[in-house]
Design a protein around this ligand. Structure first.
Ligand code: HEC
Length: 170
């Protein structure tokens, strides 16, 4: 995703279209991550809606933030005393709290172990067999999001693979 270029142009939208939603989908067009919602009424009148600036800002991390953490996680991992296990998944905090940080519940594991999805607690709690890893069943939370869970898991694993490993000296 970081290296790809994508141009989206929607021409001649009818008056009955009120919202444009940009999503990552699987091959069956089932929504996986909702990235950006644009209310057309909030844009200047024009017959072509350009999503370019929104698209330019997209990275795997920003897609996970918008489409996943904001939707499914921050009601329990929302910062301040709303952060279960001290894990704050709100924008601007989530990456520093996840990547190469030891888990509070399983100190032998990293929450996200750069380059190693299978060794990451995040991967394990979202796997189909992960319902008992924590006291709260996070697989169920994933399923309730109503997206293609396999595509989302692959997306998360690819993101973890792209991250640098933990510096052994730190
Ligand atoms: C209903 C509340 C709730 C929601 C929603 C929720 N969590 Fe949690 N989460 C918890 C609780 C409670 C714990 C601590 C469980 C334990 O210690 O066994 C936890 C623990 C974790 C941990 C382990 C942290 C550590 O250091 O041990 C991770 C990682 C995590 N959650 C990620 C997520 C992600 C990603 C989402 C969104 C998909 C999410 N959680 C949604 C309640 C929630």
């Amino acid at each position: 995703m970081e290296s790809g270029r994508l141009r989206v142009e929607l021409s001649q939208l009818s008056d009955t279209v009120h919202t444009v939603e940009l999503c990552v989908t699987n091959t069956l067009r089932k929504k996986t991550l909702s990235l950006q919602r644009l209310e057309l009424a909030s844009l200047p009148a024009q017959d072509t809606v350009r999503l370019e600036s929104a698209l330019r800002a997209l990275t795997s991390a920003s897609c996970l933030q918008t489409g996943f953490f904001n939707e499914a996680c921050i009601r329990c991992h929302g910062g301040g005393n709303q952060s279960a296990r001290g894990l704050n998944l709100t924008e601007g905090h989530s990456m520093a709290m996840l990547v190469n940080v030891p888990a509070a519940s399983h100190p032998e594991l990293l929450r996200v172990s750069g380059g190693r999805p299978e060794e990451s607690l995040l991967h394990q709690i979202l796997a189909e067999s992960g319902q008992d890893v924590l006291h709260v069943n996070h697989v169920e939370i994933l399923h309730k999001l109503g997206v293609d869970t396999d595509v989302l898991r692959t997306f998360i694993d690819e993101w973890i693979k792209s991250l640098p490993p933990k510096d052994p000296n730190s």
